[in-house]
Design a protein around this ligand. Sequence first.
Ligand SMILES: [Zn+2]
Length: 226
Amino acid sequence: MTFEAYGRLIALGPPTYRFTDELPERAMLLRHDIDDRPRWIEPMSRIEAEQGKVATYCLQVRTPFYALDDEADRAVAALLDDGHELGLHFDSSRMASDDEVLEGVEREATLLEQRYDTPIRVVSFHMPGVRPVGHLDLGDRVNTYAPRFFTEISYLSDSNQNWRGKDPEHELRTAGRIQFLTHPTLWSGRPLREILEEQAARLGTSVEDLATDDQKAVLEMQAHHP
Ligand SMILES: [Zn+2]
């Protein structure tokens, strides 16, 4: 999976929009969750901008995989310069209550707003399967897993380079309203094993210890069908 292939894919979809309540009949919401180094944001952002498309890049504040350092600052500057929007990617998976999640979202969104001097309207949750998030009302901010952006429209994700049996070209070509989630690092031209090897080396661990069960299943699949 390459950035060029990503560009060909999104060219098939409906026109892009920002996350908003007023979506026309045909609308594509491009969302990126940043779970790996921010360096992969820029090539993706540029490909979208070349097509006049708009996307939302959701950045984490606390993650072992990267920091809000010079690399992140450069990536955010580039995506804002390309006309995209910055959002928050929030890990609620180990939190005990909705109140704790809402407080955390507010704290981290405010931190991003102050650091990058841009409004944070959009919030996506990391590992949303671990603890339900779709019902959370974030006030002025948008929850990308609210039913109107998730279950009530089409939804497509590149999770761990696995389309879950879906044909992304067909999905995008035939979509009315669709949210399309992609992770820039997965399009950097490397199979998942190489991506995880680089992450493991950086974190001083092994792919065996780092990979989630889902990632291990994809590694197994890619080993048999490279
Ligand atoms: Zn994530």
